[in-house]
Ligand binder design. Structure first.
Ligand SMILES: Nc1nc2c(ncn2[C@@H]2O[C@H](COP(=O)(O)OP(=O)(O)OP(=O)(O)O)[C@@H](O)[C@H]2O)c(=O)[nH]1
Ligand SMILES: [Mg+2]
Length: 345
């Protein structure tokens, strides 16, 4: 069961700029004194946390992240520009380890951490001028930056939980919208333990979806795999209620929907006294009809209307197999997550 997002990267701070060797040259002063400026400082590597990202997926784009080097000093005592810092934004709670697995820093509750200092800039020859050496012809090189291989890890907390009957296509859906590769098969209870997947919803945002084993009527009293897995999605902001619209199971999609909601109510009943428990039956649900590739247009319209009558909102119709409306689903989910974020604030 992989509940940890992990990425290995190399970080490098910037090298200091070289000091400059230079002499004043002015018309009345053919052999002026030394005026070589100092090199600029190399950029630091800074780790900063943000509440707005919740996975390490964006850091997978590169293997190495480097801060800028400082620039060389120049004549007339001009210092070189400092290299720009490299700021890596990570989710709160990211743990950074070295390759031996030792924790370098745990970013829980920390806003910013300077991971690597940039190298100092070298002194220019003006600095070395003294009474015994009025025209030093040397300057310092810049100090090297630092480099380190690190492993970032983050305990994933799911934003969205997928609930539904066995065989509804929950695992197929998560494999469509994330890099998760759960087992998919045409029989109930294929998924025995939850799967998590990180869904990219744009250039800078992502969210985490959990696929849990299917529920059946009577799950609260131990039928099927029972309701034990619901605890994994207790903290999600919303649920995708995935309904098998095909009717191939021999069951009725509307009845399935009601049965699952009843199980949520039973779960709430059992857990209502637990400290910090948030009821599941009142969690926002996004009703999604899956396998609509097996329905005619008429059948689909009818089914959608029936759902609309009991939920007040038209369900989204997708096919996890053909990909129909999958992009729209991801867009709508990220919109809904943002909305719940606003409500929390
Ligand atoms: N025709 C059609 N078949 C689908 C669709 N989505 C999933 N399936 C099929 O339905 C079967 C069950 O899919 P899974 O993704 O394993 O279902 P699940 O909800 O994860 O099932 P459990 O893990 O047993 O709870 C597989 O044979 C899938 O290929 C769809 O959109 N259209
Ligand atoms: Mg499954």
């Amino acid at each position: 069961m992989k509940f940890i997002d992990e990425v290995k990267i190399t970080l490098a701070s910037g090298r200091g700029g070289q000091g400059c060797v230079s002499y004043r040259r002015e018309s009345l002063m053919p052999r002026g004194g030394p005026d070589g400026g100092d090199g600029g400082k190399g950029g630091d590597v800074i780790i900063r946390t943000s509440r707005h990202i919740n996975s390490l997926v964006d850091l997978r784009q590169n293997k190495k992240y480097s801060a800028q080097s400082g620039q060389m000093g120049s004549g007339r005592q001009k210092s070189g520009q400092n290299g720009e810092d490299l700021v890596l934004i990570v989710p709160e709670g990211t743990i950074i380890r070295n390759m031996d697995g030792e924790i370098i820093v745990d970013m829980t509750g920390i806003k910013e951490h300077v991971m690597l200092k940039g190298g100092r800039g070298g002194k220019g020859n003006e600095f070395f001028k003294s009474s015994v050496n009025q025209a030093p012809d040397y300057a310092q090189p810049g100090e090297d930056g630092e480099e380190i291989d690190v492993k970032l890890e983050l305990k994933l907390i799911a934003d969205v939980g997928i609930i539904g009957f066995p065989n509804a296509g929950k695992s197929t859906l998560i494999s469509r919208i994330s890099a998760a590769k759960p087992k998919i098969a045409d029989y109930p209870f294929t998924t025995l333990t939850p799967n998590l997947g990180v869904v990219k919803a744009g250039d800078y945002s992502s969210f985490v979806v959990a696929d849990i084993p299917g529920l059946v009527k009577g799950a609260h009293s131990g039928v099927g795999l029972g309701i034990q897995f619901l605890k994994h999605i207790e903290r999600t902001r919303l649920f995708i209620h995935l309904v098998d619209a095909s009717g191939l199971s021999g069951r009725d999609p509307m009845q399935d929907f009601e049965d699952i909601n009843n199980e949520l109510k039973m779960y709430d009943q059992t857990n209502k006294d637990k400290e910090g428990f948030f009821p599941l039956s009142t969690r926002p649900q996004f009703v999604v009809l899956n396998k609509v590739d097996t329905l005619s247009e008429d059948q689909l319209v009818k089914l959608k209307n029936n759902f609309k009558k009991i939920t007040d909102k038209e369900p989204m119709a997708i096919s996890a197999v053909t990909g129909k409306n999958i992009k729209e689903l991801v867009t709508e989910l990220s919109r809904m997550i943002l909305q719940t974020e606003e409500e929390v604030k």
